[in-house]
Ligand binder design. Structure first.
Ligand code: PEP
Ligand code: MN
Length: 343
């Protein structure tokens, strides 16, 4: 349920409504908007009587939320959320491009690729230190050493860094080194991990599970928000379908579907959808055209020697060319990709 305050309702009136909600054992989630404040009510197991709050001073109306998700929905917050990662805002007019290797392999490899993607115009660095691999015999990532490399390279280049927290055992460590925490597709429904990352207060990149519906994705984000963390960027990375011409099927329609019902930003990862580098540019075009708030792209300067996902990694030159094209395309949908910063 959502209690919508009148425009210009005073701080005291808002606090009074919060107190009334809490006195009934419910949780009040005030959501300040540009026009007016709304207060989301969660923690109720059954129906809450709207009349309890309708007559309080400063209340405009009480809305029953029709979806299973609440805090993530536009009914709770109509304005788009802009997630802050350092100086970067994700979800505004500017599109964010996150790029880097699938896995951190060495300091030199990460430095070279980070410099190259920065020169191409990436605003954020990615790289896995703890890798979710299908086979236990595949490279599992450099672990703590990988995190230390990412921190060093992020500081050297000024690019904030996102990396995956594979489980709750490594979450605190990842939070110490990374600017944003990635929850991978395989962990989208790891509810303990979602709650823990919610409590960490760090910005989260939540990837859609490969067999998850949009509703399930939003409910996963709801777990994080329910812990008081609304710094969440969603990511469409392709889902499993009967199609075998591609690694996963990039569900571009999920992007406008999510944007209609949720205020959270959503970016696309064409690399894990494509599975090979030829398909990354066309899928990037599709994602930007459909309104994605950004892209996450894997790049490697020696993809044939990469320890994971080499076949889908763009060469740095290809990445730079793609960025030029994306800058032109973004302008046609009233978005902008900032020019590369070279210093
Ligand atoms: C990744 O980003 O490297 C990754 C493993 O992604 P996903 O969880 O989408 O498979
Ligand atoms: Mn990968």
């Amino acid at each position: 349920m959502l209690v919508v305050m009148r425009m210009g309702a005073s701080g005291e009136e808002i606090e009074d409504v919060v107190r009334q909600i809490e006195s009934r054992g419910l949780k009040a989630n005030p959501i300040p908007g540009t026009q007016r404040t709304a207060i989301g009510i969660t923690g109720n197991l059954g129906v809450v009587e709207p009349g309890l709050f309708e007559s309080l001073t400063g209340v405009l109306e009480v809305i029953q939320v029709s979806h299973p998700y609440k805090l993530v929905s536009r009914e709770f917050k109509s304005d788009d959320t802009v997630v802050r990662v350092g100086d970067l805002g994700i979800g505004g007019t500017d599109l964010v491009v996150i790029a880097g290797p699938c896995s951190v392999e060495s300091l030199e490899q990460t430095q070279r690729i980070a410099r190259a993607v920065k020169a191409g115009g990436a605003q954020m660095l990615r790289g896995g230190a703890y890798k979710p691999r299908t086979s236990p015999y595949s490279f599992q990532g450099l672990g703590l050493e990988g995190l230390q490399i990412l921190r060093q390279v992020s500081d050297e280049t000024g690019l904030p860094v996102v990396t995956e927290a594979l489980d709750i055992d490594v979450l605190d460590q990842v939070c110490e080194y990374a600017d944003m925490i990635q929850i991978g597709a395989r962990n989208m429904q790891n509810y303990t991990l979602l709650r823990r990352v919610g409590r960490s207060g760090k910005p989260v990149l939540l990837k859609r599970g490969m067999n998850a519906t949009v509703t399930e994705l939003l409910l996963a984000a709801e777990y994080i928000m329910d812990e008081g963390n609304s710094e969440i960027v969603l990511c469409e990375r392709g889902i499993r379908t009967f199609a075998d011409h591609t690694r996963n099927t990039l569900d571009v329609s999920a992007i406008p579907a999510v944007q209609k019902i949720s205020h959270l930003p959503i970016i696309a990862d064409p690399s894990h959808a494509a599975g090979n580098r030829e398909k990354v540019p066309p899928l990037s075009r599709a994602a930007v055209a459909v309104g994605a708030d950004g892209l996450m792209i894997e790049v490697h300067d020696h993809p044939e020697e990469a320890l994971s996902d080499g076949s889908q990694a763009l060469h740095p030159q290809q990445f730079s060319e793609l960025m030029g094209e994306m800058r032109r395309l973004a302008a046609t949908v009233d978005r902008r990709i900032p020019d590369p910063v070279n210093h």
